[in-house]
Design a protein around this ligand. Structure first.
Ligand SMILES: C[S@@+](CC[C@H](N)C(=O)[O-])C[C@H]1O[C@@H](n2cnc3c(N)ncnc32)[C@H](O)[C@@H]1O
Length: 255
């Protein structure tokens, strides 16, 4: 999948049959992680998901190593779902010795199997992107995000790792509809090398990006790597009488 949304039309990434066929074909090649591997995401998880006993939902897990890596790092309870029964069967077999990992075939648009507010964290690496490349993209995205918000405990976090910049993703992540506050990070794709002479960046990828009032990138913001990945951390609000009315963190842009 690429930043240019027209390029996803050649494959139906939203279709279970597409993924089943792909996982059958790739059965011999082993695990594959889209976009980023666990070590690159660890600092973001550490910032926003403090306890190893947190209950985590890996939505659209595919055959990625991410969940295994998290268990090796101490996480105790990771439920993995995917629409592809081929992927789920393979992963179930592979990880039968790891009780911290559960695998269930499920459509992210209907996760009624789980009760409200039953997860501390939902991790999505490329799954919303897949739905956005399928038929009925808008409605699929809204159904999945509604489910994610429903499943999060107050204070819980939806971590979306995507190629979609704020122009493409913010209209779907609607903070008022889903009752969360969004923090954005941008990280270069694995293996990205700065062009010679471009100097060293003053901004660390661990610094949140200051967003405009509408949740967009500042107009003068430039990305070192034009194919960077975006990490949207959507933190479900804990309702209090004095809740802020602002859906995005305050920043110098509009103070
Ligand atoms: C781009 S892959 C990402 C896989 C994995 N998260 C990773 O990081 O490597 C997208 C995954 O989403 C799954 N998927 C697509 N539509 C889905 C849906 N409606 N419900 C659950 N999973 C879905 C696909 O089967 C595929 O495994």
């Amino acid at each position: 999948m690429h930043r240019d949304s027209s390029s996803c039309n050649s494959y139906n990434y939203g279709d279970a049959m597409y993924w089943d066929a792909r996982y059958v074909k790739e059965a011999e090649t082993g695990n594959f992680d889209w976009y980023q591997r666990y070590p690159a995401l660890l600092p973001f998880l550490s910032m926003h998901l403090t306890s190893p006993s947190s209950r985590v939902l890996m939505v659209g897990c595919g055959n990625a190593l991410m969940s295994e890596d998290m268990v090796k790092d101490g996480y105790e309870d990771i439920v993995n779902i995917d629409i592809s029964s081929v992927a789920i069967d393979m992963m179930k077999r592979k990880y039968q010795y790891m009780p911290q990992l559960k695998y269930i075939q499920m459509d992210a648009r209907d996760m009624s199997f789980f009760s409200d507010e039953s997860f501390d964290c939902v991790i999505d690496k490329g799954t919303l992107d897949s739905l956005m490349c399928g038929s009925d993209a808008q409605s699929s995205a809204a159904r999945m995000l509604g489910e994610v918000s429903r499943l999060l405990k107050p204070g819980g976090v939806y971590m979306l790792i995507t190629y979609g910049d704020p122009n493409l993703r913010m209209p779907h992540l609607d903070p008022l509809a889903y009752n969360w506050q969004i923090i954005l990070y941008i990280i270069p794709r694995p293996g990205f090398c700065k062009a010679n002479g471009s100097g060293s960046s003053v901004r660390s990828p661990l610094e949140p990006i200051p967003l405009t009032e509408k949740g967009m990138l500042p107009f003068d913001y430039t990305m070192e790597d034009p194919d960077s990945h975006f990490i949207y951390v959507c933190k479900k609000k804990v309702e209090t009488a004095v809740d802020s009315v602002l859906p995005y963190p305050l920043n110098a842009d509009f103070l």
